[in-house]
Design a protein around this ligand. Sequence first.
Ligand code: PMV
Length: 351
Amino acid sequence: MTPALAEATALAHPNIALIKYWGKEDDDLVLPAAGSLSLTLDVFPTTTTVTPDTGLTRDVVELDGRPAGPTTAYRVGAFLDLVRALAGRAGAKPLHARVRTRNAVPTGAGLASSASGFAALALAASSAYGLRLDRPGLGRLARRGSGSACRSIVPGLALWRAGDDASSYAVPVEGPPLGMVIVVADVGGKKVSSREAMRRTRDTSPYYAAWVRSAAADLGPALEALRHDDLAALGELVESNALRMHAAIAACRPPIRYLRPESLMVFEAAEELRVSGLGVYATADAGPNVVLVCRLRDLARVSEALVGRLGQAFAGRIVSAGPGPGARLVPVGTAAEDPARGAPPAVRGRP
Ligand code: PMV
């Protein structure tokens, strides 16, 4: 019997990796070359509603109240194909859906996240098409949309293991309460998508193999540091891991430089804050924004000290975040959080 259909709305938060995922072992299945570790945040959720509709002749995708661009629409459509295949709703006359997504990030802040997006879509779409997936099942599905999305299924600290299609999903891990200070170094969009940059790094960077080996080797010690509440050991790994990823990326052909002069200023500031006695370490994803990792209780001190170092111009570009919840279904009709709710000029942090 084909499962029942109903509109479903899901909410998911972005995550920032402490030990990065950069490189695929399998492009179709989105299997990572090495495991990764992240913190799901409590800011900037994505809310997505999926409504299957027999009257539609194609999927209709809306992002923040406007029709999605062709790349996003294509990726969402391909993801829905996968969900339909799992639910037995593919075939000659697939049942299309209307997808409405809202990101609680001011557009253009450079923080829009495919992780929260595909985590929310995986949960809303699987539920709307009548699939009842457990957390591993959801993680495996979200992974196919965007690798890092499988970590946003999980609350707080999440470990995504490398493996095959059945075993590669994220699980929660124990650790001390961590906080993150996101510093928006540049509000422009990415020049090269992480998908393309990942492929180019694997295919052309002479450092790729060494990066994968070293990232895989970081995982055990990082988990050990979490277990022993050793922020210094964890932080050193976090910073070194991020810089190694960026080194491998910078070495590809044609080269890609995500970090900008302002990003490096933030890495320097982290080092100076450490000298002054604060436990704070820097990391950066595939873009110019830098994220400082510290203890949750030190969040306010870290952002204050950072503004002290970098100047007031940075005050409106700092977002403080703590551990957030995993993806969850919310009542149908729940509106996405208002992106502008109290936002300073560029972005805003936790309430
Ligand atoms: O999940 P993707 O394809 O957006 O890749 C994410 C890659 C990084 O954000 C740079 C690292 C990570 O582990 O999240």
